[in-house]
Design a binder for this molecule. Structure first.
Ligand code: GTP
Ligand code: SPV
Ligand code: MN
Length: 589
């Protein structure tokens, strides 16, 4: 049954059906009964493997093709009328040329398959933040993941009425041919096209494609921000909750920070951390002049390896039911799952992420480094009571951060908003397994948005500067680095729950409750200002973590100049950022 009379939707679906030629079309309603039927169908075909329903109720395992395990940045395009609009950091192709190429690939691609029509909302429907999408896909895995990650419901059709204001997403698995894999955005047309992939960020089109790339473009037009940020609230012993948003590149600690459990010395005093979101934030200026944020998603697509009862017990607890695991180890003895870092007992009778018999002694990893879990956010033990608040939460601090073995200290604060935008714009981080390509290479990743900005990044920097003017009560802006290494390559800072100690300083600074030292790069804590009570770490190590080596910073300035030079092509780098860089260079001496 077709559940809508919306002409824009009907026409568009009809067109895509003509193009892709599925055997049938199924309209997804979000009802559990229908989803369960699809689950059973996927178990029958082997697309999903049903896991031990006593130990992991509602859980399933999925294995992707071996050439299809991460986002593909070199095959991701922003197709705007001009190259200037996409800017120097995005792949671009002329929209008509790209459509011709895509149409040839989509033509007949769903023959013998079913097309599913998924209506979904990013953010609580009816919220001032909410935006709607329709994804067409020939993958049950996508349907079931979207039903966790977004708010899928036939009510979207009522909300839309006859409005054409929704984001169109077309996904076809086709042959999973890596040479013809494309993740393409047409921001001017609210359109996303994905073909030849079946992996996470490439195919769950509500996530990176819509909630970051298309949304960042809409945000620039409409005066708000779509960011690669977690949102968390720290409740102090008085019961007051202070919120911050933090942008770290992929696989650099957002999920972990968002769900952190405070160390005992904080717990005993009554501190709690509440998770609002772990990957994406939409931010708007509220009527009260503060910056308000929602998490537009409804679930977590989190990195599995390294997730344990020690590192992130909240994430682990979230994944004990109704979760889809992708590319992890299957324990054949009890039909459960395992990944590196879960515990020290890898299963002896098991299949690796490719489905082959796996020997834990072999030295080969059993789970893919970018293996993931898809779990409903509401199952998280520390999910914020404000998670569904349509108005969002007020943000007092914005935190940038990345993986840097040297240069960046544990924490520093920008001098003001514009300097904070500069700090975000010069972010750099070692690459991770979240994207196809080399791992561990330092690259500049401004605001953790390099792979996700849906328009010219120079214009994006200007938009951040403009937003500052509009926020009467600006959040303070910080930078953190949990990943400094000693000469032997070991992380110096214990990280994870202990990051609470840095959050405490950040929130005190945000509320003007503690002094700081002025340095060439920004405001910094005195070593004794970070609480190390109960931690096996001395003041000298803290001094080390907070040290700023001018030699490294001067090297960094040269690297930033090279990065900024990319923007000469269309001359979109704001003069303000050039001035900020010159001022930093001068302060470094
Ligand atoms: P995406 O979902 O890809 O956007 O990633 P994310 O930023 O949510 O990353 P996540 O929290 O899943 O962290 C990924 C990796 O970082 C895992 O291997 C973690 O073990 C590691 N990690 C997270 N927090 C810390 C920390 O404080 N210290 C150290 N040393 N490693 C950390
Ligand atoms: C990321 O890579 O930043 C992710 C995972 O959050 S994916 O959805 O695959 O992009
Ligand atoms: Mn992410």
């Amino acid at each position: 049954m077709v559940p809508t009379k919306n002409k824009a939707i009907l026409d568009w679906v009809e067109e895509q059906v003509k193009l892709t030629k599925p055997d049938k079309v199924v309209w997804i309603t979000g009802d559990e009964e229908q989803l369960n039927q699809l689950r059973q169908e996927a178990y029958a075909t082997g697309e999903l493997i049903e896991l031990n329903q006593e130990k992991l109720p509602g859980c399933a395992l999925h294995r992707t093709a071996q050439n299809d395990v991460a986002r593909v940045e070199d095959r991701t395009f922003i197709c705007t009328p001009t190259r200037r609009e996409a800017g120097p950091t995005n792949n671009w192709m002329d929209p008509d040329e790209m459509k011709e190429k895509l149409n040839a690939l989509y033509d007949g691609s769903m023959k013998g398959r079913t097309m599913y029509v998924i209506p979904y909302s990013m953010s609580v429907s009816g919220s001032p933040f909410a935006k709607y999408g329709i994804e067409l896909t020939d993958s049950i895995y996508v349907v079931l993941n979207m039903a966790i990650m977004t708010r899928v419901s036939a009510r979207i059709y009522d909300e839309l009425g006859d409005s054409p204001d929704f984001v169109k997403g077309l996904h076809a698995k086709a042959d999973l041919d890596a040479e013809n894999r494309y993740i393409v955005h047409f921001p001017q047309e609210n359109l996303i096209c994905s073909i030849n992939s079946g992996y996470g960020g490439n195919v769950l089109l509500g996530k990176k494609c819509f909630a970051l790339r298309i949304a960042s473009y809409l945000g620039q037009k409409e005066g708000w921000l779509a960011e690669h940020m977690l949102i968390l609230g720290v409740e102090n012993p008085q019961g007051e909750v202070r919120y911050l948003a933090a942008a770290f590149p992929s696989a650099c600690g957002k999920t972990n920070l968002a769900m952190l459990i405070p160390p005992d010395v904080y717990k005993e005093k009554g501190y709690k951390v509440w998770c609002v979101g772990d990957d994406i934030a939409w931010l708007r200026v509220g009527k009260d002049g503060r910056l308000w944020a929602v998490n537009p998603e409804n679930g977590f697509f989190g990195v599995a390896p390294g997730t344990s009862d020690k590192s992130n017990p909240n994430a682990l607890a979230t994944t004990r039911r109704n979760t889809i695991f992708t590319n992890v180890v299957q324990n054949l003895d009890d039909n459960t799952v395992w990944w590196e870092g879960l515990d020290k007992n890898p299963p002896k009778n098991a299949l690796d992420w490719t489905g082959k018999k796996w020997d834990p002694e072999s030295g080969v990893k059993g789970a893919h480094p970018n293996s993931r879990f898809t779990a409903p956010a509401k199952q998280c033990p520390c999910i914020s009571p404000e998670f569904d608040n349509p108005e969002g939460v007020p943000i007092s601090a914005i935190v940038f951060g990345g993986r840097r073995a040297k240069t960046a200290p544990l924490v520093y604060q920008s001098f003001d908003w514009n300097h904070g935008v500069f700090v975000g714009s010069i972010m750099a981080s070692e690459t991770t397994a979240a994207a196809a390509g080399a791992v561990g290479v330092v690259r500049r990743d401004p605001m953790a948005m390099l792979p996700f900005c849906g328009y010219n990044m120079g214009d994006y920097f200007q938009h951040w500067l403009n937003m500052g003017q509009k926020i009467e009560k600006q959040p303070k802006i910080f930078n953190v680095n949990w990943f400094r290494q000693d000469e032997n390559g070991n992380f110096i800072w214990p990280g994870f729950g202990e990051n609470m100690r840095v959050l405490e300083w950040i929130l005190k600074r945000a509320f003007d409750e503690i002094d700081a030292v002025e340095t060439p790069i920004g405001y910094m804590p005195r070593p004794e200002d970070i609480n190390i009570e109960g931690l096996d770490l001395d003041l000298d190590t803290m001094k080390d973590l907070l040290s700023v080596d001018v030699k490294y910073w001067k090297e960094d300035v040269e690297n930033i100049k090279q990065f900024y030079a990319k923007f000469d092509e269309f001359n979109t780098l704001p003069q303000e950022l050039r001035d900020q860089l010159a001022a930093l260079e001068k302060r470094l001496g």
